[in-house]
Design a protein around this ligand. Structure first.
Ligand SMILES: C[S@@+](CC[C@H](N)C(=O)[O-])C[C@H]1O[C@@H](n2cnc3c(N)ncnc32)[C@H](O)[C@@H]1O
Length: 243
């Protein structure tokens, strides 16, 4: 029988010998505030990828009829955190989203009936979920790719045109990273959007994800930002419209 992490096959590369994030950027990006304001004022016009729309439609009925409050686990990788969060929250339906079929396929059979794994682009998925009237009670973003070069700001969650769609889903949000700058920027972007965020160093006695296990095992410091977006909220700095 599958354990609470699903049947994820052990991967020696995930055990713990990784280099800390290296960047020429030592603090929050100087363009961050302007970028966040620009994106909140003029949300993404990017067409929704067909594969994400199909993946969304494939679970729409199930989610709508389930009725339990929703927990989102965006950038879920193999879905280890999705399964753990589901085991900890039997009264919630947990939706893990990742674009990588390779990572998701490592999960094996689902270990419970209160979580789903979806292969989709997170930004597109957030917009579709919002349009469908779904709202997050909690939203985890665990170790998104750091994109540490200064020129990669737009690829970070808070620097992307998808940031408003993330905020529109609401809920208690938690982002974790082994790069302090990423967490501080996320916190600052939330503040620009009118929310109060709290970031801190933390230790992970029981890793929630494979990357968390690898980073902790490699002696990295782990950082997190938490913020209550509330329910049915919209960013206050600029009204965000979903398509
Ligand atoms: C560093 S891994 C972290 C995975 C997992 N949360 C963990 O901690 O083990 C980042 C993940 O983000 C996924 N990803 C990156 N961009 C994405 C996007 N736009 N939509 C969905 N998933 C994405 C990647 O496929 C990858 O699995």
């Amino acid at each position: 029988m599958a354990g609470p992490c699903g049947n994820i096959k052990p991967d020696p590369a995930m055990q713990g010998d990784s280099r800390a994030v290296s960047s020429s950027q030592q603090g929050c990006h100087e363009q961050l505030e302007a970028m966040v304001r620009k994106h909140l004022a003029a949300p993404s016009q990017r067409p929704t990828a067909a594969h994400t729309r199909e993946a969304f439609e494939a679970i729409r009925q199930r989610v709508t009829s389930d009725g339990r409050p929703l927990v989102f686990d965006s950038f879920c990788g193999t879905g280890m955190s999705t399964a753990l969060l589901a085991a900890q929250n039997p009264d919630k339906l947990v939706i893990g989203v990742d674009k990588s079929a390779h990572r998701l396929n490592k999960h094996g059979p689902l270990a419970g009936d209160n979580y789903l794994l979806v292969q989709a682009d997170c930004g597109d998925f957030w917009r579709l979920a919002h349009e469908a009237g779904w709202r997050a009670t909690r939203h985890y973003l665990l170790y998104p790719n750091p994109w540490p070069k200064p020129g990669q700001l737009k690829r970070r969650v808070h620097g992307s045109a998808d940031f408003g769609a993330l905020l529109a889903l609401g809920g208690d949000i938690e982002l974790r990273s082994n790069w302090q700058v990423y967490v501080e920027e996320f916190s600052q972007a939330l503040s620009v959007a009118g929310f109060e965020a709290h970031s801190e160093l933390f230790t992970s006695a029981q890793p929630l994800t494979l990357f968390e296990r690898k980073y902790a095992g490699s002696g990295h410091q782990l950082w997190r930002c938490r913020c209550q977006l509330g329910h049915n909220t919209r960013p206050r700095a600029a009204e965000h419209q979903t398509r």
